[in-house]
Design a protein. Structure first.
Length: 82
């Protein structure tokens, strides 16, 4: 029972941190394409994930965001293996 509660609490904290980080990015910065690497200026009030890459059409990511960090880890892991 304690383990289940701890896991639920841990999951809640992680989600809360992600939500806070999502809104703490500020107005400046860049949106980047995970497929082709295109980089465009972030437009205040418009989340990068709602924008499409002007080069290849993929959804953009906010540079420095949680999802961008995951992408960089994945790319680093692939380059170490290959």
């Amino acid at each position: 029972m304690n383990v289940i509660l701890l896991l639920k609490y841990s999951s809640y904290l992680e989600e809360t941190m992600i939500q806070q980080r999502r809104h703490d990015m500020g107005e400046g910065g860049y949106c980047i394409c995970p497929k082709c690497g295109e980089r465009t200026a972030h437009q205040a009030g418009s989340p990068c994930q709602e924008e499409r890459c002007p080069e290849c059409g993929a959804k953009m990511l906010r540079e420095g965001s949680y999802h961008h960090e995951l992408l960089k880890r994945k790319q680093a892991s692939k380059s170490e293996q290959g």
